[in-house]
Design a protein around this ligand. Structure first.
Ligand code: DQA
Length: 144
C-alpha cells in the first residue's frame, strides 16, 4: 500500500503558526506519529508552498501510481483550480484533510475545490484526521 501525503502552503510552519488553531505539533511530529503506528504502508510525505511543485508531484502518479493520497492543500484548498485539474488529470483517489474545522471559520474557507472529488473530507480533528484517513483506507473505502 503506497500513500502520498501532501501538506501544502504554510503547513511547514505548523508548531509555531497560529498555535491556538493548529496546535504545537510540527509536520515531523505528524510523520513520526504515522510511522509509529506501524501500518503496513509505504508513505511518501511531501510538503511544498508552491502550487506548481504540488501539481508536478501529483503528476508523478501517472508514471508511478499511489494507492491513495491524503491531501491538505492549506489555503490552496479554497483557490486552486490548477491542483484540482492535476488530480483529475491523473485520477488519484484521495482524502481531503484539514486540521481546523474550516466550516466554523471565515466564509472564504467554506469553499473547497476538492471536497466533491475526494473520497471524503475530514476536518477539525487536528492530526487525528490524517490517521483517520489512513485507517479508513486500511479498513476499505467502500461501506463501513
Ligand atoms: C487548513 C485550513 C485552511 O483554510 C488554511 O488556509 C490552512 C490550514 C487546515 O488544515 O485547517 O493553511 O488547511
Amino acid at each position: 500500500m503506497k500513500i502520498l501525503i501532501i501538506n501544502g502552503v504554510n503547513l511547514n510552519m505548523l508548531g509555531s503558526r497560529e498555535v491556538k488553531l493548529y496546535g504545537k505539533q510540527t509536520l515531523d511530529d505528524l510523520k513520526d506519529r504515522l510511522l509509529s503506528r506501524e501500518y503496513n504502508v509505504d508513505f511518501d510525505f511531501y510538503q511544498s508552498n508552491s502550487e506548481k511543485d504540488i501539481v508536478e508531484k501529483i503528476h508523478t502518479h501517472k508514471l508511478e501510481p499511489y494507492d491513495y493520497g491524503i491531501f491538505n492543500f492549506g489555503a490552496h484548498t479554497h483557490t486552486s483550480i490548477a491542483i484540482r485539474d492535476a488530480i483529475l488529470s491523473v485520477q488519484i483517489k484521495f482524502f481531503e484533510v484539514h486540521i481546523s474545522n474550516v466550516y466554523a471559520r471565515e466564509d472564504f474557507r467554506h469553499k473547497s475545490y476538492f471536497n466533491d472529488i475526494a473520497i471524503g473530507s475530514i476536518v477539525g480533528f487536528g492530526f487525528d484526521g490524517y490517521e483517520f484517513a489512513v485507517e479508513k483506507i486500511m479498513r476499505g473505502i467502500n461501506g463501513s
